[in-house]
Design a protein around this ligand. Structure first.
Ligand code: SF4
Length: 200
């Protein structure tokens, strides 16, 4: 393939990713209008309902969503005022605070986590192998963006010290997680693993 063709291909991939990012923003905005919360408040509630409390500090969320701690703190204060979360002492650091959802916040988080259902319904129409290939491609892209310093959080298998790629060649589950001591098929690769530890 000629150099110009490769560059055109890359431009098309970027344009396609931009279209998809627009779809995600639109779905999130629709949910925001319905729930009377801002998109970042929705994402915070969903994040807090699915992560260990050690990862639930204001600074952690700011890093996760690429925001300044001050902007993140404003969003958290609004959620606190609505009775959806509370600040508590962090289990590992008495000077820090962890964010914990209230019962009302947990109910909201569970409801809001369905914001991406329309996209998942479309994905289900594609063959499993095609979706697996898409997952691997996207994870490699995330790894590359992380290593280039463009994103600051990537709790994926590909950046994890426990990941052993192609440890079981010729198997349907070719990779291995040394922490869980079990083989991983490509569909098992994680996008946001709570046990992830960054490879040196
Ligand atoms: S600990 Fe999690 S991120 Fe690391 S290899 Fe195992 S499953 Fe993947």
């Amino acid at each position: 393939m000629r150099k110009t063709e490769i560059s055109e291909l890359d431009e098309k991939i970027v344009a396609a990713l931009e279209r998809l990012s627009h779809v995600l923003r639109t779905l999130l905005w629709e949910e925001a209008v319905e729930s009377r919360l801002s998109p970042i408040q929705i994402q915070s509630l969903i994040y807090l309902s699915s992560h260990d409390e050690k990862l639930c500090r204001v600074n952690q969320l700011a890093q996760e969503f690429g925001l300044t701690p001050a902007t993140m703190s404003d969003a958290i204060s609004s959620l606190e005022a609505k009775g959806l979360l509370a600040r508590e002492p962090h289990p590992d650091d008495r000077r820090a605070q962890t964010l914990r959802l209230t019962a009302k916040g947990r109910r909201s988080g569970a409801k809001l986590s369905r914001w991406s259902d329309p996209l998942k319904e479309q994905l289900r129409q594609f063959p499993l192998e095609e979706r697996e290939r898409a997952l691997v491609f996207l994870l490699k892209l995330i790894e590359s963006l992380y290593r280039a310093g463009i994103i600051s959080v990537a709790r994926i298998c590909l950046t994890c010290r426990f990941f052993r790629p192609n440890a079981h060649r010729d198997s349907r589950a070719p990779h291995h997680c040394a922490l869980m001591d079990k083989p991983l098929a490509e569909r098992d690769l994680r996008v946001d693993c709570p046990e992830h530890e960054l490879v040196a």
